[in-house]
Design a protein around this ligand. Structure first.
Ligand code: ZN
Length: 195
């Protein structure tokens, strides 16, 4: 009787241990500098099939931008929300993204848009201190988590959607100038001055 109970307790503990291990198996961590974070992100993007949502502060990483462009090119719905500093930064992938046809939004509602994450195919969340930048890969101390969890991914999607509601479309440094009312009035309406 006691032996049977002990066996049962042991099997419950084993089951719990297996559950804990499985949960940890759903998470990978990468530490910069040079800990493989960029490579891990590119690998996940290469596996994307339906949707990639990006929130970024600094965005200068050429390999990550290229992987987003490639995903967009094979029909994955890629959209990005960036901090407003990307509009004026000397180096930013914002123009590259928008020129690639990726919906690129600027969120100016906050002091800074400091979130950095990606949600891939409603099932993978990539997040951490890691900016999508060369410095984060090569020079800084950073951490990056790759988490495979559909419920968590859904929370990140909701957050992305909330910010997208007040974000504005980035048109690129050499893109179409925003509409202006300083132009010459004609029968057709207001015409923006040439520039
Ligand atoms: Zn916002």
């Amino acid at each position: 009787m006691i032996w049977a109970m002990q066996t049962r307790v042991v099997s419950i503990l084993l089951a719990l241990a297996a559950f804990t291990a499985a949960a940890v198996d759903n998470i990978e961590v990468y530490f910069s500098p040079k800990g493989g974070a960029t490579e891990a992100i590119v690998k996940e993007l290469n596996n994307a099939r339906d949707e990639v949502l990006v929130a970024a502060y600094t965005f200068t990483s050429a390999p990550i931008a290229a992987a987003l462009k490639e995903a967009h090119g094979r029909g994955v719905k890629v959209s990005a929300i960036l901090d407003r500093s990307n509009e004026t930064a000397k180096y930013s992938s914002a123009t590259f993204l928008t020129n690639s046809g990726i919906l690129t939004l600027i969120d100016s509602k906050h002091a800074i848009q400091h979130s950095k994450y990606m949600v891939i195919d409603r099932g993978v969340v990539i997040t951490g201190s890691f900016n999508f930048s060369n410095a984060a890969e090569k020079s800084n101390a950073e951490n990056l988590l790759v988490i495979r969890d559909r419920r968590l991914a859904e929370k990140y999607r909701e957050n992305w959607n909330e910010h997208s509601k007040h974000a504005t479309t980035y048109r690129g440094k050499s893109g179409v100038p925003p509409p202006t009312t300083k132009g010459k009035a004609t029968k057709a309406g207001i015409v923006a001055p040439a520039r």
